[in-house]
Design a binder for this molecule. Structure first.
Ligand SMILES: CCCCCCCCCCCCCCC/C=C/C(=O)SCCNC(=O)CCNC(=O)[C@H](O)C(C)(C)COP(=O)(O)OP(=O)(O)OC[C@H]1O[C@@H](n2cnc3c(N)ncnc32)[C@H](O)[C@@H]1OP(=O)(O)O
Ligand code: FAD
Length: 666
């Protein structure tokens, strides 16, 4: 095997690292065996050379990109399946694969089968009764059918009660008639819907006995299983090119009085009997369960995508030399500029923060789901609120810090060969899909206002909101991480109290409840955001303390530094709030700023080690700037030479247009 020559700056960074990188990787994976299992899986997938692209994806046409993605998706699925441990439950499989980013090695822009795995199967699990699960899950898990989750319409994504697709029950034939009465009723967006899926879970307004029974899930065949032609009464297509997700095959779907049998309504929660009698579920919001599940997964996905971006930017910053710090010295590595450290180290800390929070949330989700299965619904509202606020914060932060990583790479970060633009294309839609972020913050605010009222009535609050009942003043600013966490809680409590007071004031001034809510909504969403920040810093600190206690002192120290950096970064970002709601003085602010700068200095020698610890292989990073060996310039040139324009020294357009134009003949 050829010896890899590593860029000497990167090599000396690695020599400087104060902790054992492999120990960090094991910690992130949740143990040495998990690291080994993940690497075995990556080796196996990457050994299949047909999964690699010969021509970089960006040079293919829209149609070719899709066809290539389908070719790889099928092969990738088969390889993954052969590695599946049949003894693992779905919960364990997801928990054990939370650090798996191998999909990125195959698709720069995601797989057209994503929605089948992430929403279609989970919708059957969450919404189907035992019989339906038995039948449909087998088919879906064996890939005999491919599905998606069709909820959003051209006219409505957020406001689900405003969906226009109808499912009207006809007791004479024991069928539902699916119909899109207007253009805006067309389903619009579902991944894989355009040309991939032959089934989907359609969310439609159920009418039976002439009554609107709310939004319900239906499993609908949309294409013939043999010919793949759209079925009669079904209009299908692709929605067109997008900022990212271009290989996900997002589609549109319209129904023209399309009939499906009664047993195609997924009836775990609500039911329609043969004669058309509707029986409501224990809570109508259980129908929204698939979205809660995906919001929980998104937190982890954001942590992984951010880890990728920041690995690329840190390695590049260790290799890149530019400008002068001191006139007599050679050009420094750009990582030596403290502003560069400020831009990037927070990205490392943020990925750790959401990775820990995602696992914590996943375990909470699993606990509440098993309670729901046993008919206990008490903890559903808190889960919904937590999933909303953590999905919002993780997607916002990931988008900001991925883009910052791209900008931190200067001009080269703009190249698709850096893979930073595509990574941004994968994180930024998460602020919109699975619930637009402002809308979800308003849901969180709604649960906080309710909790506030409960607190005033002396009732116990859900654990994640219990801090709201802490009436004690924060008498002294002690500047410790725990002290800052308490200060964040005070901020959230203070902002909530202020927005509730205004909400009530607007009502007393004569506004309706709805108008008062709308008028107070900027403050309400700010309170919800602060609540989320308080949760993330606290979970990051307590989970790191809990899990890292058995680690070696150098690694423990490096992780503590990340927790402290994350806490100080957000304290400095939210100084205005802290000055309003905590006993923070000017001296304390100056002290925090100094500690933050000291931390950047302490983290600096470990920066490359920290991103190496994410253990993201070159094939997954897919980046000329971020490869392990740091051969940045060679790779940029190699990638440039792959441009089809470089295949010939003179392009035919010269003779056709340029030459006649320059000679005044055109
Ligand atoms: C090994 C496999 C692993 C693979 C890992 C890979 C991970 C990859 C992840 C990344 C890829 C993801 C791809 C995703 C593609 C995208 C898909 C989609 O976008 S699907 C469509 C998503 N759409 C939405 O999210 C719509 C958002 N809108 C809503 O959710 C609702 O309309 C609303 C909540 C905003 C309002 O609903 P409405 O019915 O109008 O409710 P009310 O306002 O009247 O009542 C609110 C009331 O209900 C409670 N509530 C609301 N939602 C829920 C819920 N989900 N669960 C429980 N309770 C809920 C709310 O708290 C209120 O309660 P109340 O007591 O009245 O205060
Ligand atoms: C890449 C991608 C993949 C997707 N995949 C799927 C899929 O597989 N299946 C599927 O069904 N859907 C999918 N979607 C659709 C997605 O779920 C919706 O786009 C999302 O729920 C937002 O809805 P909207 O587009 O209607 O936004 P809108 O609700 O129209 O939002 C526009 C603006 O209005 C504001 N707004 C709306 N309502 C309120 C309110 N009550 N209060 C304050 N402000 C408000 C929002 O904050 C936002 O600023 C996907 C979307 C994307 C981008």
């Amino acid at each position: 095997m050829a010896k890899i020559t590593v860029n000497k700056d990167l090599a000396s960074e690695r020599a400087k690292c104060e902790f054992n990188v492999e120990e960090l990787t094991n910690y992130l994976d949740g143990g040495r065996e998990n690291t080994a299992r993940r690497r075995r899986m990556e080796d196996k997938v990457l050994s299949v050379k047909e999964l690699r692209d010969e021509i970089p994806e960006e040079y293919l046409s829209h149609k070719e990109k899709y066809e290539n993605a389908i070719r790889k998706a099928v092969l990738f699925y088969k390889v993954q399946k052969s590695l599946d441990d049949p003894n693992q439950s779905d919960h364990e499989r997801i928990r054990n694969s939370y650090r798996s980013t191998i999909t990125s090695a195959i698709f720069k822009d995601n797989s057209p089968l994503t929605l089948h795995i992430v929403m279609f199967i989970p919708a059957i699990i969450g919404q189907g009764n035992d019989e339906q699960r038995e039948y449909w899950l087998k088919r879906a898990k064996n890939m005999e059918i491919i599905g998606t989750y069709a909820q959003t319409e051209l006219g409505h994504g957020t406001f689900l009660r405003g969906l226009e697709t109808t499912a009207t029950y006809d007791p004479a034939t024991e069928e539902f008639v699916l119909h899109s009465p207007t253009l805006t009723a067309y389903k619009w967006w579902p991944g894989g819907l355009a040309h991939t899926a032959n089934y989907c879970v359609v969310m439609a307004i159920l009418y039976t006995k002439s009554k609107n029974c709310g939004i319900q899930p239906f499993i609908v065949q949309i294409r013939d299983e043999e010919t793949h032609m759209p079925l009669p009464g079904i209009k299908l297509g692709e929605i067109g090119a997008k900022l990212g997700y271009n290989t996900v095959n997002n589609g549109f779907l319209g129904f023209d009085n399309h009939r499906i049998p009664r047993d195609r309504m997924l009836m775990r929660n609500a039911q329609v009997s043969k004669d058309g009698t509707f029986t409501a579920g224990a809570n109508s919001k259980l129908t929204y369960g698939t979205m809660v599940y995906v919001r929980v997964l998104i937190v982890n996905n954001m942590a992984n995508l951010l880890a990728k971006a920041v690995t690329i930017a840190i390695r590049y910053s260790a290799v890149r030399r530019q400008s002068k710090l001191k006139p007599e010295d050679p050009e420094p590595q750009i990582l030596d500029y403290v502003t560069q450290q400020h831009k990037l180290f927070i990205g490392i800390a943020t990925s750790h923060a959401y990775s820990r929070t995602a696992l914590w949330l996943w375990d909470h989700y699993a606990k509440v789901t098993s309670e729901l299965n046993a008919g206990k619904l008490d903890n559903l509202p808190e889960l919904h609120s937590l999933a909303c606020c953590l999905k919002v914060l993780s997607s916002v932060d990931a988008a900001v810090f991925v883009e910052r990583s791209r900008l931190a790479c200067g001009g080269h970060g703009y190249m698709l060969s850096s893979n930073l633009p595509q990574t941004y294309g994968l994180v930024t839609p998460a602020s919109t899909f699975e619930g637009e972020n402002t809308v979800l913050l308003l849901q969180v605010a709604r649960s906080l206002v309710k909790a506030w009222q409960q607190m005033l009535n002396g009732r116990q609050l859900a654990p994640s909101m219990a801090y709201l009942a802490d009436q004690k003043q924060l008498d002294r600013w002690d500047g410790s991480v725990n002290g800052i966490i308490r200060a964040f809680q005070k901020v959230a409590r203070g902002k909530l109290a202020f927005s509730v007071a205004n909400f009530e004031k607007y009502q007393k001034m004569g506004l309706s409840r709805e108008d008062a809510w709308n008028k107070a909504s900027v403050q309400l969403t700010a309170a919800a955001e602060s609540h989320g920040r308080a949760i993330v810093v606290q979970v990051f600190k307590t989970e790191t303390d809990r899990i890292a206690s058995s680690l070696s002192p150098p690694l423990r120290k490096a992780l503590d530094q990340l927790v402290e950096l994350f806490t100080l970064y957000w304290a400095l970002e939210r100084l205005g709030d802290l000055l309003l709601y905590s006993p923070l003085s000017e001296v304390d602010v100056r002290d925090m700023q100094a500690r933050y700068e000291e931390l950047l200095e302490k983290i600096r020698p470990n920066a490359v080690g920290l991103v190496d610890g994410f253990d993201i292989r070159d094939e997954i990073l897919n980046s000329a700037l971020g490869a392990y060996d740091g051969r940045v310039y060679e790779r940029l040139m190699e990638e440039a030479l792959k441009s089809p324009l470089n295949a010939e020294p003179v392009n035919s357009s010269f003779h056709k247009y340029l030459k006649p134009f320059m000679q005044g003949k055109l």
